[in-house]
Ligand binder design. Structure first.
Ligand code: HEC
Length: 337
């Protein structure tokens, strides 16, 4: 088994079933884990990527000393699975935690003293990818992984694949020469072979992972690489209308309606008069005002006015769909309540 592993590692940058972990340079001695993407269940731990020590143990000091810089860059940071048998259609997360970056200054040559890595690099891959190997776990796959986590809720595995294919163009150019940029190019990319094909500026993300920065820092650095940041999750409707008003709707109506719908304003003689935020009870009083108006006229009456339908104040929210949605949610909570 030892022998076959040596051969597999040596052939790694060719075709064999192995993976390389890279941050700036290859990550040696990083702990490898695999978990199921959807369930989060860990399915494999206990391996680590090759480093100087393990390579010497495998090939002997003499052979190791004969390696040139490029060979070291290609042989550190590798992982092979013995007889991998992952479910081909399931999405997995392969992660490499900690270890040492063998080219932290990114000059393409192994560093004298590799620099410790404090974070984890992830790649989202199918069981088929894991069984076949031949991909790299890099800041580029980290970015795609964070993007997928953000977007994957409630979509099928198929749709997730399409989404990743679409997102690939923000990160890399074609690496497998199939004249198409898709997710295969994301997991196929690595610094050693495809530095020219990198499109995204992954420096901030690389440093954040190296330093073991907080999840939120890493997520922000990753999502910043995609042109259209995924939409903020819509505010969860709180069960309690007054709570929801305090959190979201009050700001909207004070800004968009309060200019006229206040004591002394041009719409002060309507039933829609907002107490100013200087009134300590404004949340409760304004919620009650809306509750009464919804009871008398229904939510649509107010929503229609806000869009300029038979409204002295014209179209106030037509250009602000997010604000409209908040008002709509608030009023529907009042209608339900
Ligand atoms: C530029 C001034 C102005 C702004 C801003 C304004 N309105 Fe009005 N609104 C009026 C006037 C004037 C009336 C009275 C005439 C009418 O009913 O359309 C009115 C009436 C209303 C009424 C009817 C109240 C009743 O007693 O039947 C509702 C509901 C209403 N507006 C909702 C809104 C909402 C919601 C906003 C903010 C998203 C808003 N308005 C912003 C001027 C304004």
């Amino acid at each position: 088994m030892f022998k076959s592993r040596v051969l597999a590692l040596l052939a790694c940058l060719g075709l064999a079933a192995c993976e390389q972990a890279q941050l700036q340079g290859p990550i040696g001695g990083g702990e490898v884990f695999v978990s199921e993407f959807r369930s989060g269940e860990t399915v494999l731990t206990g391996l680590s990527t090759t480093d100087e020590t393990s390579l010497i143990a495998l090939v002997g000091q003499e052979t190791f000393d004969s390696y040139n810089a490029l060979q070291i860059m290609a042989l550190v940071g590798l992982n092979t699975f013995d007889n991998p048998d992952f479910d081909p259609d399931t999405w997995y997360v392969m992660g490499v935690q900690g270890g040492f970056d063998y080219d932290a200054d990114g000059n393409g040559l192994p560093d004298q003293a590799p620099i410790q890595v404090f974070g984890t690099v992830h790649a989202l891959v199918t069981g088929e990818h894991l069984n076949e190997g031949g991909f790299s776990i890099t800041p580029v796959t980290e970015a795609a992984y964070r993007y997928a986590v953000e977007m994957a809720d409630g979509i099928s595995d198929e749709a997730l694949h399409d989404l990743l294919d679409d997102a690939a163009g923000a990160l890399v150019e074609d690496t497998d020469d199939d004249e198409d940029v898709d997710y295969d190019d994301v997991i196929g990319w690595n610094r050693l072979l495809y530095s020219q094909q990198l499109l995204a500026d992954i420096d901030a993300l690389t440093s954040a992972v190296a330093a073991g920065a907080s999840e939120s820092t890493i997520i922000a650095a990753a999502l910043a690489l995609f042109p259209e940041a995924p939409p903020e999750p819509a505010p969860e409707p709180e069960a309690d209308p007054e709570e929801y008003f305090a959190q979201f709707a009050s700001d909207v109506v004070q800004l968009r309606c309060g200019g006229c719908h206040r004591v002394g304003g041009s719409a002060s003689r309507t039933r829609h008069v907002l107490q100013p935020t200087s009134n300590r009870n404004h949340i409760a009083l304004n919620t009650d005002m809306y509750r009464a108006l919804v009871q008398q006229e229904g939510a649509d009456y107010i929503l229609n006015k806000s869009l300029g339908n038979r409204h002295g104040g014209g179209n106030r929210l037509g250009r602000f769909p997010d604000d409209f949605e908040i008002l709509e949610t608030f009023l529907s909570l009042l209608e339900d309540g």
